[in-house]
Design a protein around this ligand. Structure first.
Ligand SMILES: *Cc1c(COP(=O)(O)O)cnc(C)c1O
Length: 423
């Protein structure tokens, strides 16, 4: 190990605290974390000069690859003017342009207002608070309850976490946030009394943190119909599915569904900077007009950060100039072929699940972490969720990169010691 790598790791282990991480295992002297120092396209390099395919798009954020010349140039250009200015009390040139651009993807008269925040969790918080205040200001303060889906994930701030159904993360905080009921399907929702319900929240088309589980086709449309029948608002969490991951720019477009709130974050800036947006309708917006006390008193210091806006606009224009969505079906089909061959070849693969360029490869119990670690030796970097390997590369991958990724997993499985196979 190089001296600088060793120093970086020592400082990290002495003073930093990692997300979702049991720190004793992290700081164990035997644990040698990779130090990522550079990226280009779908590739990452560590401080020892080793190259890896970014198999989970740097925790589901990257869209067009790393260090893309036009996103870098847009950020640099904005940096030469100003890095940050207040959006409280002032405007800047790019936020309005970005808001207009985001609304342009939806039919006129539907999603037409954009509230900016910082990350997926805050985009969800905004939708929660906005929907509750909307009820207070439209004569239905009794509609305070939320419905979320079992095993769903919506972020880690206390409000967003209360919608989370992944019990190992959220159970200890139950009852400390808003009222939330959980269901597993639209059929189960139909058994609920809608009277006190404010909004339903869902990850459309596929649940991410729940080991990449797609919903049945048509489910989202059925959910929208139930909400409409009962006057319940629909919040779509497209923090993971947004910006082409599932094949369309937004997952909801696959089923022609327009929500009351659409939350985006991770890929909004192409994955370059932390920024989020909550889109909503004119109907919601109108309830916050009139007297000053009707306003939505909410915001963060870095709301509508200009560097983030510059990156987001550059990322969105790449969808057009590089015809990203047109190229996705061939890539997704290629991946589907690779995954079904992998499953046919290897008994260790229990199930494969895929939606667009998002895939989960479920392995036999106990194999997830080990296969992921071994896949590094074959040039693939990703993380498992329990025993499901996540394969969610940047949309700029070519078929040969997908070949490399699945070959790396196959080689990693093949190299398991016999003892692991017995577990
Ligand atoms: C990652 C994620 C979030 C939380 O986003 P952060 O930026 O990590 O706060 C919320 N919802 C979904 C579906 C996610 O995948």
């Amino acid at each position: 190990m190089r001296d600088d790598t060793r120093q970086w790791i020592e400082a990290d282990k002495r003073h930093a605290w990692h997300p979702f991480t049991p720190q004793d295992a992290w700081t164990d002297p035997a644990h040698e974390p990779l130090v990522i120092v550079r990226g280009e396209g779908p590739w990452l390099w560590d401080s020892e000069g080793r190259r890896y395919l970014d198999g989970n798009s740097s925790i589901w954020t990257n869209i067009h690859g790393h260090a893309h010349p036009s996103i870098n140039a847009a950020i640099r250009d904005q940096l030469g003017r100003i890095a940050h200015s207040s959006y409280l009390g002032f405007a800047h040139p790019l936020a309005g342009e970005l808001a207009e651009k985001l609304c342009s993807f939806f039919p006129a008269g539907t999603l037409e207002r954009v509230f900016f925040s910082d990350d997926g969790s805050t985009a969800i918080e905004v939708a929660m608070k906005m929907s509750l205040q909307f009820r207070m200001q439209t004569g239905h303060a009794e509609r305070r309850g939320f419905i979320a889906f079992a095993d769903g994930y919506h972020g880690d701030t206390l409000g967003a976490a209360s919608l989370g159904g992944v019990s190992r993360f959220f159970e200890r905080f139950r009852g400390m946030g808003p009222e939330v009921g959980f269901v597993r399907s639209v059929e189960e929702l139909e058994t609920k009394d809608p009277a006190g319900i404010n909004a339903v929240v869902i990850e459309p088309l596929i649940q991410g943190v729940n080991e990449m589980r797609p919903w049945p086709a048509g489910m989202l449309r059925a959910l929208r119909a139930w909400c409409d029948r009962h006057g319940v608002l629909l919040i779509l969490d497209e923090v993971m599915t947004g910006f082409g991951r599932t094949g369309t720019l937004f997952a909801c477009q696959r089923e022609g569904v327009i929500p009351d709130f659409l939350c985006v974050a991770k890929g909004l800036t192409g994955g370059y900077l932390p920024m989020a947006a909550t889109l909503t309708t004119g109907r919601i917006y109108d309830a916050f007009r009139g007297p000053a006390e009707n306003a939505f008193y909410y915001g963060h210091s870095f709301t509508a950060n200009p560097l983030g806006c510059a990156a987001a606009l550059a990322s969105l224009s790449l969808f057009e100039s590089e015809r990203v969505l047109e190229k996705l079906p061939a890539k997704a089909d290629h991946l589907a072929g690779l995954l079904s061959r992998l499953q046919a070849d290897r008994d260790e693969v229990v199930d494969v699940r895929q939606c667009g360029l998002v895939a989960g490869i479920e392995l036999r119990t106990g194999l997830g972490a080990e296969v992921c670690l071994k896949a590094r030796d074959h040039g693939l970097l990703t993380r498992p969720i329990r025993d499901t390997l996540v394969l969610m590369p940047p949309l700029c991958v070519e078929t040969e990169h997908l070949d490399l990724a699945v070959d790396a997993i196959r080689s990693a499985i093949r190299s398991l010691p016999p003892a692991a196979e017995l577990r």
